[in-house]
Design a protein. Structure first.
Length: 148
């Protein structure tokens, strides 16, 4: 199976598509930890057909464990330099659409497999609540609608 999409496994956002985990500042998960754990969860079950793009390769012992558990070859992992990987993907002619875990500020909207505004909205807790998804009680708010 030949796909003209790849899965991006890191998500630095500084302008629009902020990632909020709902924790106070003292309990927030660090970017480095998110950058490692979330992408690797997806690499583990990505299969052999799509290429996973990440900025940090998992250790061989972890990849060997995944091979034992899931049976994939894991020959489809591409590692790009963190400081320039989005520039590289924006300029790439071989990639039309890219599947991302979250919308990216610095990846052109045309490269996203799902428009970033729609993707961001779909991931919000308020959208999930409107859709009737059961979740623990929380106070939801739209960051873009807050008045100073």
């Amino acid at each position: 199976m030949d796909y003209n999409a790849k899965l991006i496994l890191d998500y630095p956002n500084t302008q629009k598509y902020f990632i909020q985990d709902g924790s106070d500042e003292a309990n927030k998960v660090s970017y480095d930890k998110i950058c490692q754990k979330e992408p690797w969860k997806n690499l583990a079950v990505l299969g052999n057909d799509l290429t996973g793009i990440t900025t940090r390769l998992p250790r061989n012992i972890l990849i060997d464990y995944w091979r034992d558990c899931f049976g994939y070859r894991y020959e489809n992992i591409e590692v790009l330099t963190r400081s320039v990987y989005l520039d590289h993907l924006n300029q790439s002619d071989r990639l039309e659409k890219i599947i991302t875990l979250f919308p990216f500020d610095h990846l052109s909207p045309e490269k996203h497999a799902v428009h970033p505004d729609i993707h961001y909205n779909l991931l919000s807790k308020t959208t999930l609540a409107k859709a009737g998804v059961r979740s623990p009680l929380y106070k939801g708010y739209e960051l873009l609608n807050l008045q100073p």
